[in-house]
Design a protein around this ligand. Structure first.
Ligand code: ATP
Ligand code: MG
Length: 256
């Protein structure tokens, strides 16, 4: 059975896509069968996986509106070693079209059931909003991975996200839990980072992943080459951190 995780944080630019792409590639490198679902009309996870969002024949949009199955719509990330349900601007329209459809929050969940036996992990890259698309991500998942930067305002936004997750849990998806908070773009030399990081550990305990992703320019460079960072430069500190995070995820799902 596939373990399905949404990578979510309604704050923009906090490292959701970088985390999704690199976790997928790191899991694949560790022998896992992986599907990446790009739920963001920006299509950054698609491009970062080496799939051209402008020419891809099918996207998650067709799946959400029920025109195609996951098997029909998925493509391969040769660079990353995993499958991709791609996205592009067309997906922005789904937000409105979904309103009139039955089970509008559960379209992704129902579509993914078809490929449940084919993957060990499905990772969903959510857009920076608490929209119908993100709701489909949260309804389709067993858990949420929350990437966050250790800065002063990070904790404020977190309360809204935790509330949304609680509501989805109560009303739509009893399976949903927060798997963990992932500290990303971490600057070891910053006192503020250290303080916020310590606060997170105090408040959330073992819900904070042990792996910490440092700020690392190689991770930021990789997307322009259409290759996940962990493949682009295996030796980079950021890549090693994502490999360690993948190992931690494999360990966590054993006890879930
Ligand atoms: P959005 O909310 O727009 O979807 P996001 O949360 O998906 O953004 P990313 O696109 O992953 O965030 O990252 C934002 C920017 O930060 C990108 O330019 C990315 O390359 C860079 N970045 C992410 N993680 C790191 C890191 N560990 N070190 C250096 N740069 C990083
Ligand atoms: Mg993103």
């Amino acid at each position: 059975m596939a373990r399905i995780f949404a990578v979510a944080n309604q704050k923009g630019g906090v490292g959701k896509t970088t985390t999704t792409v690199n976790l997928c590639a790191a899991l694949a490198a560790q022998g896992q069968r992986v599907l990446l679902v790009d739920l963001d009309p920006q299509g950054n996870a698609t491009m970062g996986s080496g799939v051209d969002k402008r020419s891809v024949p099918s996207t998650v949009y067709q799946v959400l509106i029920g025109d195609q199955s996951v098997v029909q719509a998925r493509v391969r990330s040769e660079a990353g070693g995993y499958d991709v349900l791609a996205s592009n601007r067309e997906l922005a329209g789904a937000e409105i079209e979904l309103v009139d459809l039955d089970n509008r929050e559960k379209r992704l969940k129902n579509a993914l059931a078809e490929v449940d036996a084919e993957y060990d992990f499905v990772l969903i890259d959510c857009p920076p909003s608490l929209s119908m698309l993100t709701l489909n991500g949260l309804c389709g998942a067993h858990g949420v991975i929350i990437p966050m930067q250790c800065e002063y305002y990070a904790l404020e936004g977190l309360a809204d996200l935790v509330n949304t997750i609680k509501q989805v849990h109560a009303k739509l998806n009893r399976d949903l839990k927060i798997i963990g908070l992932l500290r990303v773009m971490f600057d070891t030399r910053s006192t503020l980072s250290q303080q916020v990081s310590a606060q997170l550990e105090q408040r959330f305990g073992d819900k904070v992943f042990r792996a910490i992703i440092p700020r690392n320019v190689r991770l930021a460079e990789a997307p322009s080459h259409g290759v996940p960072g962990v493949v682009f430069d295996k030796g980079a500190k950021g890549s090693q951190a994502y490999m360690a995070f993948a190992a931690e995820m494999i360990e966590r799902v054993r006890i879930l």
